[in-house]
Design a protein around this ligand. Sequence first.
Ligand SMILES: NC(=O)c1ccc[n+]([C@@H]2O[C@H](COP(=O)([O-])OP(=O)(O)OC[C@H]3O[C@@H](n4cnc5c(N)ncnc54)[C@H](O)[C@@H]3O)[C@@H](O)[C@H]2O)c1
Length: 354
Amino acid sequence: MTPPILPDVAQRDPVRMAVVGLGYWGPNLVRNLHEITGAEVLWACDARPGALEKIGRRYPAVGQTSDFSRVLNDPDVEAVAIATPVSSHFGLAMAALEAGKHVFVEKPLASSTTEALELIAAAERLDRVLMPGHTFLYSPPVNMIREMIDAGELGEIYFISASRVNLGLHQRDVSVAWDLGPHDFSILRYWLGETPTHATALSRGCVMPNTPDVAFINLEFPSGTIAHLELSWLAPTKLRRTTIVGSQKMVLYDDTSGSEPVRVFDSGVMLKDPATFGEYQLTYRTGDIVSPRLDIAEPLALEMTDFCEAVREGTTPRSSRELGLEVVRMIEAVDASLDNGHRVELAPAVSALV
Ligand SMILES: NC(=O)c1ccc[n+]([C@@H]2O[C@H](COP(=O)([O-])OP(=O)(O)OC[C@H]3O[C@@H](n4cnc5c(N)ncnc54)[C@H](O)[C@@H]3O)[C@@H](O)[C@H]2O)c1
């Protein structure tokens, strides 16, 4: 059973925070940190004055600065949440850790395995929380599916296929695999509890020649489960659709369906032992379709609460730094396959994961 994140923070001091990067995603962090009782936002920091003005109008009590060192030098700031482009994660996160701050950094944790390992080593050495922002680990549908998988309700997981496509948003500094891939890689790691052994990928930069905006990725897991991901910034409609096919049941997870994001199909095929060689008996089963009731909770508020809990109580966040490292390793394997056109082998997980 997935442990609930219960914000029992009323009796504790709120974690005093700064949010760095107020483009598309950062304002969502500010809003959620503002709404939970476990945090207090002292600073909003962005290199663009326009981004600061917007936040200032909404949260006049929050300090504004375009100078990151001002945040680092403020002894009242205990933790920093980073929502800047991927290429800047390592530098900003390392500077914050070295300044003695706890760090929440948006997905992906860093832009290479080497960088991710360096950040983890620094967090360990300096005894600071380092948490990557894998928001889907806090999504009620994702957690319900994990519980079904853990309980064996779906049987053996044969395969998973996912489409995460939309028109945009093209990123300047990373490919679609680095931008959208972390969502599916973190979900798969969380559901299956294992890192793939192999990755094979195909992609194309359709609009900008050096920035792949569509990727088809195949993953093979130690348990035998295989997965196919379609990631794209070029699509006529938004799709967030994942199919999980198990030996007992099948699940359709559609994150764009407001009312029924998870549907469980009591469907499958039974292969009876052939009575004589070459004789197969298949029985198809199409039973009930159930749409389970889900908790209504904003994943980002749960994620921020988990971070504050880690800072105050020393707990390991569900979106752990080790999971963040595994996600980076998976994307690197995808890049390696794109470079050499081959099926790329991944080394086993570097450290024990939850
Ligand atoms: N968890 C999620 O679901 C989710 C969703 C979208 C984006 N993200 C992540 O959030 C991060 C930001 O993405 P975005 O789409 O908001 O990017 P963005 O380009 O819209 O915004 C980035 C902001 O950071 C600012 N910035 C850059 N370098 C800075 C620095 N050194 N100091 C201060 N400010 C700086 C820029 O001025 C800009 O306003 C990325 O890591 C992305 O992967 C996560």
